[in-house]
Design a protein around this ligand. Sequence first.
Ligand code: GLU
Length: 553
Amino acid sequence: MMTEHERMAELLFPEPLKTAEEYEKIYPPRDLPGNAIVTRFAPSPTGFLHIGGLFAAFVAQRAALSTGGRFYLRIEDTDKKREVENGVSGIVKGLGSFGIEINEGMISENEEVGNYGPYIQSRRVGIYHTYAKELVLRGLAYPCFMTEAELSDIRERQEAEKKNPGCYGEYAIYRNITAEEAEKRIADGESYVLRLKSPGNEENRIKFVDGIKGEIEMPENIQDVVILKSDGIPTYHFAHAVDDHLMRTTDVIRGDEWISSVPIHLQFFELLGFRPPRYSHISPVMKEEDGGKRKLSKRKDPEAAVSYYSQVGYPKGAVIEYLLTIANSNYEEWRAENPNTPNEEFEFSLSKMSKAGALFDLVKLSDISKNYISTLTREQVTDEVIAWARENAPQFGAVLEKDIEYTKSVFGVERNEIKPRKELVKWDEAPAYAEYFYDELWDRKRDFDGILPKADIIEILTEYKKVYTPEETAESWFPNVREMSVRLGYAKAPKLYKKDPEAYKGHVGDVSSCIRVAVTGRRNSPDLYEIMQVLGFDKVMKRIDESIELLNK
Ligand code: GLU
């Protein structure tokens, strides 16, 4: 004779299912050192990767890395409404472009690596049913046939009686439904969800220690939450418990919008006989505005989307430096003491995370990025700029790729170990930076206005053509310009000119400005001698001729 619970379980889950013991064997704990953190990033495939999500993924990955653990990517696609096409690839790409490497999990729309899969929830339905059936067998879950009308009815009653909303206790009208009645309703074609028969009590409180926020106390869960929706797909809460158990997650590191769900989660872990993970809840990434702080908003802030950073071209190395800086309060100091050590060697710690929420500050990111770019070699810059341009500025990229050696020398100007120039903040500044090095990109406009009278500029340029030779060296160049300036009636130093402006036509700075504008079009540029070396003697001469012609018009 079948018991009542057995009858119900067979009614709701007639399909052949593996047992929980079998799953325990299929997914044994990993062979890792005792303190190793196994954690994950578990986004829904909505296609949009929020910077807060990237930050959480980064923190989880670093926590795993620093303990010799594992970090995996699980796709939570139980909510079909939120899904977009190619949503998984968007996430995989987003993580990859910021160097967040996964050890296991989804690597593209349909492929995965690792022994704990499937790593996408829609392919784990049979697994969830095994555990849901277990709960039914133990009298801890029941089919609930409540209609929309009944649900809104209890909502109204609760409002009137000033009771907490939800399906619990006396409001959970199908809590004690018999297998016989369920069978009839199912035969009549009624749809149902599977609910937890929560053993929770309103009076009880639960406690847990959050890895970031410390000890937290909350009321125990009393809600008969949904385990499986009417289509048999689990809710996020139930899938979380089953997956994080079978995937042997030691640490759940996620956004703090989930804190309020912890009582439900801990109850599931307990009822299913699973050891609960440690939870670490990350506060949202904030933005400073009008003296206050607010969450970065997908709608209002372009920088909320991870794609923004690759589009404008913050190098991934700089973004990682930045994320480490806002994630761990002692990172900046460590970096100052270890300027050349790879960041992976920094001992990342969850307990050093800010409880209040990291402030996201584009000015600071730009500052870090500028420093970071100044430490790259000309080869690295060339590779990164070209990779950025291929995606975001293909015409510019094509020009750069025509002569890679030349492009390397363009980005090699003032790139030295002792005092590199800090010029570029992100790669979308590269076209403006590089423009005058390439005839096909440069508009040939020259900003001579107001440096000196036209006739004097013409005289300077004409004279300079006689002075500048292909043999010019970095050491000889400026002294030669200075000597020429003095010969033409200019002070050899701005200070001298300031003291006695009547005595000179101008000073050596004005003279080199004229040459700079003739060659580059601009008043400000990196080291002019180096630029002229990159352009080559013939091009420099041609540009000076062109300028004289322009001035004579
Ligand atoms: N799928 C959940 C989300 O989209 C994951 C939460 C968790 O990490 O447990 O945020």
